[in-house]
Design a protein around this ligand. Structure first.
Ligand code: PLP
Length: 392
């Protein structure tokens, strides 16, 4: 079989941008107000309406949002927060930023999401809350997680960095847990370069996070400068600099307006991959959607059955690059990172399911700006690598 080679590099996670975003950003640039202001307020209202949450706060990343959420819920030294090992490091890092300890509960082998049975096993007197991640856009088992949280009086903060469009049993992700954090990083389904949103149905938590997101000031800059006379502000608590800019919000407003149309395209690409790879014994495909859930289709990952291949996952990824196809790894488990190994003594074998997935996972391009022929290129490349390097 001849090696299939694309002429141009297929960028993984390239943002989808329309002229609406460009016009809005230019308007904002010319308006003289670039910081947090009317565009951010509009984006927050529209995002709250989209998720069905009572409150939404624009922040400059999901990481910032998760940190604010844990602070708002009073996480501090001596506390433990249970999360998944199979996530981006920032999910666990924010627990450390609060002076608390991340405790990992292994994932389910089939859904790749945190296993509620493992959560139960990790609860101690120090446990304050649970931080599930809707990996790749697939909603976690929120009924089970919410029931555990209720039984043990724990909070639930959801990492929905991948899950803007996701729905769990009729409820949008963002309207279920105590607080949910979304990411609008450049590769996300709603992208503003850097950016994020936290949602909650609790007014007090929302107010605390708003103040904490901007130095702990009693009045934000827009309210200080846009009135007819100057108003003083006070620092009521030493807060962070986590606010979203109106430049980013100008992009976000139009990304949000297009998110469901883009989701349909991603879903179509997803289905093309599933159809193309279903009968390849060297690949494990994502689990079918759980009943009554909507997957956000943020990342399409396959697991390589390494036992059936002569190459490692990293060599597989290198082959894709050589064929001009970008891909990703989501994720190498957090306990395998050197800081976590050195600090907590994590070793191989402690999170067998997360390790199994982490060693084998490859995310293939699935952006809404991709054409059918791009997906066909990816399929051809994957088939070629597997055919060339499978064990016979
Ligand atoms: C699961 C998960 N959580 C959190 C984040 C952090 O998002 P941000 O870059 O907006 O801080 C990411 C980023 O990719 C992520 O994948």
């Amino acid at each position: 079989m001849k090696k299939p080679m694309r002429k141009t590099f297929l960028v993984f996670g390239k943002p989808f941008i329309g002229k609406e975003e460009i016009v809005e950003v230019v308007k904002t640039l010319k308006s003289g107000w670039w910081g947090t202001g009317p565009k951010t307020e509009r984006f927050e209202h529209e995002f709250a309406a989209y998720t069905g949450a009572d409150h939404a706060l624009g922040v400059n990343s999901a990481t910032a949002g998760l940190h604010l959420a844990l602070k708002a819920l009073g996480v501090g030294p001596g506390d433990e927060v249970i999360t998944t090992p199979l996530t981006f490091v920032s999910t666990a890092n924010v627990i450390l930023h609060c002076g608390a300890t991340p405790v990992f509960a292994d994932v389910e082998r089939d859904t790749w999401n945190i296993d509620p049975k493992e959560i139960e096993k990790k609860i101690t007197k120090k446990t304050k809350g649970i931080l599930p991640v809707h990996l790749h856009g697939s909603p976690c088992d929120m009924d089970a997680i919410t029931a555990i949280a209720k039984r043990h009086k724990l909070f639930v903060v959801e990492d929905a960095a991948h899950a803007s469009e996701a729905i769990y049993k009729g409820k949008k992700i963002g309207s279920i847990g105590d607080i949910t954090a979304f990411s609008f990083y450049a590769t996300k389904n709603i992208a503003t370069g850097e950016g994020g949103m936290v949602t909650t149905n609790n007014k007090n938590l929302a107010e605390f996070m708003r103040i904490m997101s901007l130095h702990g000031l009693s009045r934000d800059a827009y309210k200080r400068y846009s009135v007819k006379y100057y108003r003083h502000y006070e620092s009521v608590i030493p807060g962070f600099k986590y606010n979203l800019t109106d430049i980013a919000a100008s992009i976000g407003i139009h990304q949000l307006a297009r998110v469901e149309a883009n989701w349909k395209v991603r879903k179509k690409h997803w289905e093309s991959y599933v159809q193309a790879f279903t009968h390849m014994p060297q690949l494990i495909l994502p689990a079918p959607d759980a009943r009554d859930t909507k997957h956000a289709r943020h990342l399409f990952a396959v697991l390589l059955r390494l036992e059936a291949m002569k190459i490692t996952r990293d060599e597989f990824v290198d082959h894709l690059i050589k064929m001009n196809i970008g891909s990703g790894v989501h994720f190498n488990p957090v306990p395998s990172h050197s800081y976590y190994r050195k600090t907590y003594g994590y070793r191989k074998g402690m999170f067998p399911n997360a390790e199994f997935v982490g060693e084998r996972t490859v995310s293939l391009p699935i952006g809404a700006n991709l054409k059918n022929r791009d997906i066909e290129d990816v399929v051809r490349a994957v088939r070629w690598i597997i055919d060339s390097y499978r064990k016979r």
